[in-house]
Write a new protein. Structure first.
Length: 601
């Protein structure tokens, strides 16, 4: 890949396709980087490109048009779309040339934009009016550039880290803009060097950004800007309500917690890049921004269907308590069109598995396999964890603006919603998705409703803390500056969902053992974060079993009532080395110093 001049199109977002498209532009109409100096809109357009290409699945469930969710590559979900790339991946078609989780080109392109911007940011005249406002805008965009570079590098590393001759290795680090004189035949940096670089970028970003954007009143301007004459109205232009949605200090604290739990996990811990104690500390630091355990949102487990809040929400409003890093807020019906059953004019794309349904405990907190659970196989959805029917549409439940009862039984083949009854649109597992969807959307005629996309929920960070704390000091000890334990977090999460009652005897049983508590924490993470793009990455960082086949349920009517039979739906074909993803085959061919991960060709 030879670099020549860079095409920069101001605020026009560039489509990231092949490397040559970005780095080898046409000979005419090339905008010189020096244009940044006196054109702040042009300069801002460069960093906007890096913001707008944050991976889609980080914003909740991606649309089927954008590939769907990686949950389809796990034991939690199956797609009824036979061309879904994650389905192909899970069933044996994952190669270094056919890789649905490839982040190589997209993330390195975004990092190049960040590097270009940072190389010129200090030379840009951001505002003609005052020195203070000019400095404020410079800090705003410089801070976002550092944060974005760290975030994109994390997504790149997570997708392509792997073992080389048995040693965990990272990826080439790029912190300078590249041109035609740059050397691209670089060896891989160590995993620890990569983690350190990501954390360094986040720390650098924190030097420039506020904890949270918002207008200030008299006396609210930070001292560093007061010293150069900064006034309230100037601060509000640069860091006030109008900037909400950009990256702030709260977001960065959560990014660091995500990176830390990733680096401390079993698949990577041999690299020595992060301890469990430090991972717990990063999570605790993030959670201080909501007041610790007392700040857990009681409605956070079903944020997407809090319709009163969503309908009245304005861009300048403070984020809901559950929301750490938000995506877009807008009117649409595309999720419902993708996921509603065919009887409601949907395509039923993402089908939860029986595996996941079985992972939800009873309302008393016991797993359905426990003798203490009270589970009734003839009434399998009764007295269950309330999250089950909130996240998964089971037979006999209602959804849609008219409260339509959904029938997934297999008796009447004219029933559109039964297993494979409507080719390519009905469920293949006996279940439909409910999470992320609004219950009040009508698709005939289609009527858009507001949706609140969330990239990071604080519940995720609470679960990060619980996992790290349990591994570091056991179930009931505090760590990382927090005044609560892993046990306290899991108790609060289960209690707010209505699981376990006041005493939660199963939790008390698990709290006697780090190993038992680990199983419970991982299961709670599976349930709370299902269909949010976590299961795929969690299984890999845990060195867990990837080959558990996806199961479903066939429901038929008998003289004594409904009969529920577990069925095999789809196999999972992963080799041991697939705990780690591959480097793109084309890149390994091009660069002699770039080594492939063990096991991949």
């Amino acid at each position: 890949m030879k670099l020549k001049n860079i095409i920069l199109l101001g605020t026009v977002t560039l489509a990231f396709t092949a490397c040559d498209d970005l780095f080898e532009p046409a000979l005419e109409n090339n905008a010189d980087l020096s244009r940044m100096n006196n054109d702040p809109e042009f300069a801002r357009g460069i960093i906007d490109n890096a913001f707008l290409v944050i991976p889609l699945e980080a914003s909740g469930i991606a649309s089927e048009q954008n590939g769907g969710t990686t949950d389809v590559a796990t034991d939690d979900a199956v797609s009824n779309n036979t061309s879904n790339n994650y389905k192909k991946m899970a069933t044996g078609s994952w190669t270094s040339q056919n890789n649905p989780i490839n982040q190589w080109e997209g993330r390195y392109h975004a990092i190049q934009y960040c590097n270009l911007f940072l190389s010129k940011c200090d030379d840009v005249l951001w505002d003609y009016s005052t020195e203070a406002l000019n400095q404020m805008h410079r800090d705003l965009y410089k801070g976002n550039a550092y944060a974005l570079r760290g975030l994109h590098f994390f997504h790149l590393l997570r997708a392509h880290v792997g073992k080389v001759n048995g040693e965990i290795m990272g990826l080439p680090i790029h912190v300078e803009p590249e041109d035609g004189t740059s050397d691209f035949n670089l060896p891989r940096n160590t995993f620890k060097e990569c983690i350190d670089q990501i954390m360094s970028d986040f720390d650098e970003a924190l030097k420039y950004l506020p904890l949270e954007y918002g207008d200030v009143n008299a006396g609210g301007v930070p001292a560093k800007y007061v010293q150069i004459g900064g006034k309230d109205e100037e601060y509000n232009r640069a860091f006030g309500d109008l900037q909400k949605g950009k990256i702030d200090g709260r977001n960065i604290a959560a990014f660091k917690a995500q990176v830390a739990i990733f680096a401390a996990s079993p698949a990577y811990q041999s690299a020595g890049a992060m301890s469990w104690e430090k991972a717990a500390e990063y999570a605790a630091t993030s959670l201080k921004n909501v007041g610790g355990l007392d700040g857990m949102d009681p409605d956070g487990w079903h944020w997407y269907n809090n319709t009163d809040m969503i309908e009245s929400y304005k861009f300048s409003d403070p984020d809901p308590l559950e929301v750490c890093f938000r995506g877009n807020i807008g009117e649409s019906y595309s999720l419902e069109q993708d996921q509603y059953p065919p009887s409601l004019n949907g395509n039923g794309r993402l089908n939860p598995t029986q595996n996941l349904v079985d992972a939800f405990p009873m309302a008393n907190g016991y797993p359905i396999s426990s003798a203490n659970s009270g589970y009734d196989s003839k009434n399998p959805y009764e007295n269950r964890d309330p999250r089950l029917k909130t996240y998964i549409l089971v037979n006999g439940e209602t959804i849609g603006a008219n409260g339509t009862v959904i029938n997934t039984t297999d008796d009447d083949k004219t029933n559109l919603d039964g297993i494979n009854h409507e080719n390519g649109r009905s469920t293949v597992t006996g279940y439909y998705l409910r999470k992320h969807l609004r219950d009040d959307v009508n698709l005939n005629p289609a009527a858009a409703k507001k949706h609140f996309a969330v990239r990071i929920r604080y519940t995720e960070i609470f679960l990060d803390y619980a996992e790290a704390a349990n591994e570091a000091v056991g179930p009931k000890a505090n760590v990382g500056g927090a005044n609560y334990s892993a046990y306290d977090v899991i108790k609060a999460i289960r209690k707010r969902a209505g699981v376990g009652g006041e005493n939660d005897p199963y939790l008390e049983e698990c709290a006697q053992s780090k190993d038992k508590m680990r199983e419970l924490i991982r299961n709670e993470r599976r349930l709370e974060l299902c269909f949010e793009g976590h299961r795929f990455w969690d299984l890999r960082r845990w060195n867990a079993n990837l080959t558990e086949g996806a199961k479903g349920v066939s429901i038929t009517t008998t003289a004594s009532g409904l009969d529920y039979k577990t069925i095999n739906v789809e196999s999972r074909d992963y080799k041991d080395y697939m705990i780690y993803g591959p480097i793109p085959y084309s890149e390994v061919l091009k660069w002699s110093n770039l080594t492939q991960n063990d096991g991949w060709q």
